[in-house]
Design a protein around this ligand. Structure first.
Ligand code: HEC
Ligand code: HEC
Ligand code: HEC
Length: 274
């Protein structure tokens, strides 16, 4: 945790420096941009630190893909809300949205172990692997190798001991999640996995009450939808005293008041007495 905080400080610092450099002299910055390599990359996070990161770059000279909070390192503004997205794929209940209007950022590219899971390790090959690489059942067993790679698995905080790896991960296709029929689900469509147990949250997400979307305002407009795992870490959703897995962030300061307005006390007065 300390290491993370330290990194964040560095990032926040870089972010501040880069923003002010651009603000002071955008022309010089733009002219130098193609030739000069940035001294250090600015990486900020979208919704889950360490799991939904964006590297700052210019979409076109002087127009960044993202602006990040110097305080928390979180993404606050997007130069292009659809940057890096792909179509969401088939999603029951969203048939009315025109093709290409529901977009998501794929998770696969952010998962370091995922490309190897089904290829190098759980490939079902031979007795040379011990313990067996494909489990016989779905019940919990000790998994020291997995715990060493993904520390959150040591004391899985999801379902109070009543759900386990194979309720979410596909038995024989380890680069896939699994639905109630045992059929594979892409890591890029986690809503289909989470929704098999959290139907109420899936409905809220579909209706725009839960989660987050950016892009066009109209209900069937082109939008990027944030998927469940961009915010929730599936292995620790019930962590901590709040049974949530989320630590609470310090809120950002309130936005600047319009010119000429001294304070916002008028907002406290109800215009219609009742
Ligand atoms: C509630 C569903 C759920 C359970 C239970 C679960 N996982 Fe996962 N797991 C996921 C999802 C979803 C992802 C992808 C997360 C993302 O996109 O950030 C994932 C990712 C992973 C990864 C890839 C991590 C990486 O960075 O590449 C590994 C390895 C993994 N899980 C192992 C396990 C093991 C072992 C267990 C059992 C001890 C387990 N999981 C239990 C849903 C689950
Ligand atoms: C196999 C069923 C199953 C799947 C799949 C599943 N969950 Fe859960 N989830 C549960 C259960 C059971 C609980 C525990 C509820 C309790 O005992 O409080 C839970 C708890 C949670 C909580 C804790 C907070 C709360 O009050 O409910 C969150 C958040 C959550 N799940 C999100 C997710 C997300 C995101 C996914 C997809 C990555 C997911 N779940 C997939 C069964 C599931
Ligand atoms: C933009 C981020 C974001 C996305 C996307 C998102 N969630 Fe959440 N979710 C949250 C936050 C924040 C909370 C509240 C946590 C808290 O109280 O600390 C929450 C709470 C929950 C809870 C706890 C329920 C409760 O009543 O308190 C569940 C279950 C859950 N989400 C499931 C999902 C599922 C399933 C999806 C995808 C269909 C999803 N979430 C998508 C941010 C998100």
């Amino acid at each position: 945790m300390k290491k993370l905080a330290f990194h964040t400080m560095i990032l926040a610092f870089c972010c501040g420096v880069m923003t002010s450099a651009q603000a002071q002299d955008p022309k010089t910055a733009a002219a130098q941009a193609p030739a000069a390599q940035p001294a250090q990359e600015t990486v900020c996070f979208e919704s889950r630190k360490g799991a939904s990161e964006v590297t700052k770059r210019d979409i076109k000279p002087g127009w960044p893909n993202v602006k990040c909070s110097p305080k928390t390192g979180a993404a606050l503004w997007y130069g292009d809300p659809y940057d890096g997205t792909v179509p969401m794929g088939k999603m029951p209940g969203l048939e009315n949205i025109p093709a290409g209007h529901a977009l998501v950022k794929p998770r696969s590219g952010t998962l370091a172990l995922m490309p190897m899971c089904g290829v190098s390790c759980h490939n079902g090959v031979g007795p040379q692997f011990s313990p067996p690489t494909l489990p016989k059942g779905r019940k919990p067993v000790p998994l020291p190798t997995m715990e060493a790679m993904v520390p959150d698995l040591k004391d899985l905080q999801h379902g109070r001991g009543r759900i386990w790896c194979m309720d979410c991960h596909h038995t024989t296709q380890r680069n896939k999640l699994v639905d109630h029929f045992g059929d594979p689900i892409s890591f890029d469509q986690p809503q289909l996995l989470c929704g098999k147990c959290h139907g109420d949250k899936l409905r809220d997400w579909r209706d725009g009450i839960h989660g987050k979307r950016i892009g066009e305002f109209t209900s069937t407009g082109k939008k990027r939808w944030f998927t469940c795992t961009e915010c929730h870490n599936p292995h620790n959703v019930q962590d901590g005293a709040r049974n949530r897995g989320f630590v609470q962030l310090q809120p950002e300061p309130s936005p600047q008041l319009p010119r000429g307005m001294k304070d916002a006390s008028h907002e406290k007065l109800h215009p219609i007495p009742h």
